[in-house]
Design a protein around this ligand. Structure first.
Ligand code: 28F
Length: 638
């Protein structure tokens, strides 16, 4: 290591490639699809390192028609000089055929290279049937090929002039079919990671091309706004509170941080952090530093502007982070990845860097953006109140169920059975429907709890506010298993909790809110598959003297195909409210004739995320959401 740049002496030659082929999982995690794609990430990371060193502006990733993969950069090109350690070999050949070769593990290493997480391109060589390396450097094109796990076919040699005297490195490789369970790359997997790398490396152009027959496609990613564009991309499907995206950074000798953040009307926080371009999904010191400073900065700002009164308690972190989308990207020379999946950053030094940068720069931004600062504080106030109300309501339900005996709500028409396995609770929207449900039910196993949908969807009701609502209180009592972290699935009084609401907008609101409530306050109930949505039929028709019910248009088509000469009219059933009780009994309540949708965690989570959109009054936004999620939001049918 001489003048801060690389030279061949930086290589620490460790060992041959045999160990990699013996235990590939040690180097790439698995020999399944994720291990296969790891080969691409290794090569791309080296090109990204060259970009971060400031010498590469464009990377091309191509899935070749014959199943191989080509990665090309326009950096300096791996050095071709003979290596002092072993003058019979070029530096390039050494980098490709020795484990942990390349300065990263030996000398001062690339300053903050993504590849540090990786194991080096020699691993890719070891696990490829063939690998071709091309280096454009000093006006010449140098090439060398390797086969059967990294054996050089010949020495590196000049094969011509570098086109237009370009410089750069190109690697083409064909994964070894005897090592990998499957060798077919997934374009979507590659695209998602390339897009993320483009966001994290502002201005770097990354091109993708799939040349495989039937899969042809091209894509170019380049974000001059870097992680600011990343936040805008993440918030495209949400409603930002304001247009600005706050963006700041700070760098020191061996570590640097960049942050981008924006609040939306969502009740969720979406914080994504990265270390050297690797997603730290388990968080770590950078996230801790950020969260601590964010809470301090916003509390300080709110008090300074007298938006928080002297007597008001401080905001908690979660109040401020409600609706926040943030990207925290740090780069450091020796990242310590910890945690279950090595996705947690352990470097304590980075916590103080992020804390200092956030305390200083976010405070500046808030001062410069009073309108946005005020919106952030107003939202935090609402969240704080909702949190306090939720805790209060939780105490109330806890106390209530402790106080009055069975603690069952007056409105509940309970079933006689005490065996939860056979018992069903119908939450019925609207009193008239509840009336017919009471008459149509099987009193031994079916309980009815009327609920008036209107109450709940007042201006995007926060789920926490719902807790104060008498109807929701009744629901909590009826289910009888407590709430949130005290929820005990073993105490649930019904193994089927069925939402019975109309197939109209109000019905959809009540379904969405209840699912959001169950997901947030009774998660195990959803996980256990106890939550259902009843789908009342849309049509009825006479077959002989008996009425047949059909769920929807598709069911009617199937019926007509099965009864070609059926000529009786199809009667379109009105809403639940107009159904008379025996119709309700025969369609939605009788175990045989009914259509129950068992709600999955994904659907409940989607309803939760979509809550603000589905409660929103922007019909267009709602329609677009339903369109985009049609297959997953069966129960919304607006
Ligand atoms: C398609 C994948 O691998 N690009 C790379 C470079 C550039 C240098 C380098 C790489 C020196 C000896 C350790 C060039 N000139 N794309 C890539 N571009 N490696 S990998 O040097 C490797 C070190 O081995 C490079 C001056 N300094 C560094």
């Amino acid at each position: 290591m001489s003048d801060g740049t690389y030279d061949a002496s930086d290589i620490t030659v460790l060992e041959g490639l045999e160990p990699v082929r013996v235990r590939p999982g040690m180097y790439i995690g698995s020999t399944g699809s994720s291990g296969l794609h790891h080969l691409i990430w290794e090569v791309v990371d080296n090109a990204i390192d060259e970009a971060m060193a400031g010498y590469c502006t464009r990377i091309d990733v191509t899935l070749l028609a014959d199943g191989g993969c080509e990665v090309r950069d326009d950096g300096r090109g791996i050095p071709v000089a003979p290596h002092p350690h072993d003058p019979t070999k070029s530096t390039a050949e050494l980098v490709l055929t020795t484990l942990h070769a390349g300065g990263k593990f030996g000398g001062n290493g690339y300053k903050m290279s993504g590849g540090l997480h990786g194991v080096g391109v020699s691993v890719v060589n070891a696990l490829s049937m063939r690998l071709e390396l091309e280096i454009d450097r000093e006006g010449k094109r140098h090439a060398i090929a390797f086969e059967k796990g990294g054996n050089a076919v010949g020495p590196l040699k000049v094969v011509g002039d570098a086109p237009r005297s370009r410089t750069g490195t190109t690697v083409r490789f064909w994964p070894d079919e005897t090592i990998f369970d499957e060798v077919e790359f997934r374009a979507q997997t590659v695209l998602e990671r390339l897009q993320m790398m483009a966001f994290l490396n502002r201005g770097l152009e990354i091109r993708f091309a799939d040349q495989r027959p039937e899969h042809e496609q091209q894509q170019i990613y380049r974000y001059n706004g870097g992680i600011q564009d990343f936040v805008r991309h993440l918030n495209e499907s949400k409603e930002p509170l304001f247009k600005k995206v706050c963006n700041y950074g700070q760098s020191e000798e061996d570590q640097e941080v960049e942050v981008a953040l924006q609040w939306t009307s969502s009740y969720h926080e979406a914080i994504f952090s990265f270390a050297n371009g690797i997603a730290t999904t388990e968080g770590g010191m950078h996230e801790e530093g950020f969260k601590k400073a964010l809470t301090n900065a916003v509390n300080r700002y709110a008090r300074a502007r007298n938006l928080l009164k002297e007597s008001d308690p401080n905001f908690q972190g979660e109040d401020i982070r409600e609706g926040l989308t943030a990207i925290i990207s740090v780069r450091l020379t020796n990242p310590q990845f910890e945690g279950q999946t090595k996705a947690k950053l352990g470097n304590v030094s980075v916590r103080s860097l992020v804390e200092r940068a956030t305390n200083e720069k976010l405070a500046e931004w808030l001062e410069e953006s009073p309108k946005e600062g005020n919106q952030i504080v107003q939202k935090a106030l609402l969240a704080q109140r909702a949190r306090v109300a939720a805790r209060h309501a939780r105490d109330l339900t806890r106390r209530k169920s402790a106080l009055d005996g069975a603690g069952l709500p007056g409105k509940l028409v309970d079933c006689s059975s005490r065996n939860a396995k056979e018992s069903e609770l119908f939450i019925v929207e609207g009193n008239s429907a509840a009336g017919s449900a009471k008459r149509g039910r099987d009193p031994r196993t079916q309980a009815i709890l009327p609920i008036r949908g209107k109450i709940l969807n007042v201006e995007k009701a926060r789920v926490d506010k719902m807790l104060k609502n008498a109807e929701i209180q009744a629901l909590i009592m009826a289910i009888g298993a407590g709430l949130a972290d005290e929820f005990d699935l073993a105490k649930v009084r019904y193994n089927k909790v069925i939402i019975l609401a109309d197939a109209d907008v109000d019905g959809s609101h009540i379904r969405t809110l209840l699912l959001t409530f169950f997901l947030r306050q009774m998660r195990p109930l959803v996980e256990a598959g106890f939550v259902y949505v009843a789908q009342p039929p849309l049509y009825s028709t006479l077959v002989g003297t008996s009425k047949t019910y059909l769920k929807d248009d598709a069911a009617r088509e199937i019926f007509l195909a099965a009864h070609p000469n059926h000529n009786k009219p199809f009667e379109r059933l009105k809403g639940l409210g107009e159904m008379d009780w025996d119709e309700l009994r025969d369609t939605t309540m009788s175990v045989s004739g009914r259509t129950l949708l068992q709600i999955s965690m994904e659907e409940a989570a989607l309803a939760d995320q979509a809550c603000s959109i589905l409660m929103g009054d922007d019909v267009e936004v709602r329609r677009r959401f339903i369109q985009e999620n049609a297959k997953d939001v069966r129960f919304l049918d607006i």
